[in-house]
Design a protein around this ligand. Structure first.
Ligand code: C5P
Length: 285
């Protein structure tokens, strides 16, 4: 085999709690990551007689060559394994970035999995994944959903009932490092005003009886960022008119609404389509 095609799915966070600051400067968190049918497409061609990495991007604009996580991941893999050959990679982006949907991390995990198959090199992909980004180990797992903790490396598969969802981009640009930095500066102000408690259910994967959603979809980042980014607060308000089952994914700026039936999701999509620049209906994988 010298050519491989792989789908890199997006995830949404069904609740997210930041639980502390670690000695390595990263934050520990608790969240349920659930993959959805929105995905990027990646094709990799390995030519054993060549060298170098060529990356061609289409779809939603993404960084070229060395600036792209796909390129960086491929380079890291080839260096660490001493695999021989040149790579021609095509990336078609459908997942907005930054979005809070794990697009880049999912791309990286897909590249690792694909390159391991193409080169037959035996290497601990989870070790490499942690070096690339905190969310990459989850996507390496290739599970539909998991309870994620630690920096993102502690993973426990969880079985979720199927859901339909509508994703909405709130038009803010919030890079993850900035969101965590704001958390460090202002979390103290939030503890009294907006306590987020009762994550026991989330942690142990306990669901509302008969309902396909976790007991809480609260996200510490929304509490933090909602007052600083007006479009986030407006989007949250708009979505709460539609359903109680909505949440912010990761550090945003993408929100999701959850529904049990495709019909309900289609109705919501129709309602939201004219109001936001990017609205995407999909479902659990
Ligand atoms: O690991 P990743 O590249 O996704 O992280 C981007 C930035 O977000 C890190 O440099 C760090 O500032 C912050 N981060 C964090 N704790 C995490 C994940 C990310 O502080 N668990």
């Amino acid at each position: 085999m010298n050519r491989i095609f792989i789908e890199a799915p997006a995830k949404i966070n069904l609740g997210l709690q930041i639980t502390g600051l670690r000695a390595d400067g990263f934050h520990s968190l608790e969240s349920i990551f659930a993959t959805v049918t929105l995905a990027d497409q990646i094709e990799i061609l390995l030519n054993r007689n060549e060298s170098g990495i060529a990356l061609e991007c289409s779809g939603i604009p993404s960084p070229a060559a060395e600036g792209n996580i796909v390129w960086k991941t491929a380079k890291l893999f080839m260096e660490e394994t001493s695999a021989v050959g040149g790579l021609t990679i095509s990336l078609h982006k459908n997942i907005p970035s930054p979005g809070g949907l794990g697009g880049g991390s999912s791309n990286a995990a897909s590249v690792l999995l694909a390159l391991q198959k193409l080169t037959n090199c035996n290497i601990d992909l989870f070790k490499l994944a942690e070096r690339i980004g905190s969310d990459v180990p989850f996507f390496l797992l290739q599970e539909r959903a998991a309870i994620v903790s630690g920096r993102g490396e502690l993973l426990r598969s969880v079985s979720l009932p199927d859901f339909h969802c509508v994703l909405v981009h709130s038009e803010e640009n919030i890079p993850t490092p900035m969101a965590f930095k704001l958390w460090d500066e202002f979390q103290g102000d939030l503890t009294e005003a907006c306590p987020i408690s009762n994550y026991t259910a989330l942690k142990f994967g306990v669901w509302h009886e008969g309902k396909p959603f976790p007991v809480r979809l609260d996200n510490h980042f929304l509490t933090l960022l909602g007052s600083r980014f007006p479009a986030l607060a407006q989007t949250a308000e708009e979505l709460s008119l539609l359903t109680v089952n909505w949440g912010l994914s990761g550090s945003g700026p993408t929100f999701y609404t959850l529904f049990r039936s495709e019909e309900e999701a289609k109705e919501a999509e129709k309602h939201l389509a004219g109001k936001f620049p990017w609205v995407f209906r999909c479902q659990s994988r």
